[in-house]
Ligand binder design. Sequence first.
Ligand SMILES: *Cc1c(COP(=O)(O)O)cnc(C)c1O
Length: 389
Amino acid sequence: MVDSASDDRLETRLVHAGEPTPRADGAVAMPVFQSSTFTIDRARGEAGYHDLRYIRLNNTPNQLALAAKLAAIEGGEAALVTGSGMAAISTTLLSLLGAGDHLLAQRELYGGTHALLTDNLPRLGIGATFIDAGAPASWKAALRPTTRVLYVEAISNPLLRIGDLAAAASFARAHGLVSIIDATFATPVNLRPIDLGFDLVLHSATKYLNGHSDIVAGALIGRAVLVEKTKHLLDHLGGSLDPHACFLLQRGLKTLSLRVRHQSASALTLARFLEAHPAVAAVHYPGLESHPDHARARPWFSGFGGVLSFELRGGVEAADRLIARARLPLHAPSLGGPETLLTRPATASHAGLTPEDRARAGLPDALLRLCVGLEAPEDLLADLDQALR
Ligand SMILES: *Cc1c(COP(=O)(O)O)cnc(C)c1O
């Protein structure tokens, strides 16, 4: 539940919200309660199965403190922490949809989510129609009497497109759908989905929320009845987060604002540098005025995150040469950590697609994705400059 001191600004909530009051045995940092089970406290009225405290039941001290912090920073009624971003996504969708139900989903989805919607959910009798998130006028035609959910992502990967997010939330409300946004690429620092009207906000906390490339975790924040429903299914599906990973995520969250503002500013600097470079054919970053969604998204975003993609004039060969010559960026997938990461999505996140599918998705094989870390932007810029020469 939201901390009572909810008038505090985001930076203050990141530090203080959800922390136990009084502190556990005076410890300033929340300790790790590395215990799978807890004694039954008759005085607290614990009796039935659902009152027992057990890690899989998502009700142990580290999980509850973290959920309270997440609810407070995202501005939601309630929150749930999960064993991965995909555990949050799959459990939420399975709690809202059953056999015969249907959802509308943005066409460019995170690969795991796309596979869930196209491979796994149809086997359970759950259908999906993919929509152009930037064209609200086309959505009504995709509605069915069985449509229950509208699902979008804050910023798509790897072309960094931003749909009409305000229209998505109001369309869902008007048609009785639950609106869900995967805000992993935006974070609560750059986007406030609940203020835009979304019912549920999902995160791969593996990325920016934790921010240190050392755990896998997920989160769900939003309307209490929906979070509670998902929690009951999570109890049964078993995708809970262990206390030590909770501890690391809670620690990482305290510096979220500092990290994301640095990464967003660095990414904009590098995007402007690349856009002006003669070896670069195109740059995709929603913070650039040249980005097709910049004008629409500007009022909703305080920054556009650390991920950008670009194409070199020299094609695939030049792209692979850049990866080999760059000194600082590590050649690894994922994002949101201290280390800048550089990949060619055709051989990484989108390697599962055929060349034809990639072409249809408007994804050139030569596209490079840069996930900016916490290094000095001047060093990253100088490194890219020497690697491009
Ligand atoms: C990484 C990612 C996920 C999946 O999260 P995991 O923590 O790897 O399960 C979902 N959505 C987006 C946008 C992601 O980047």
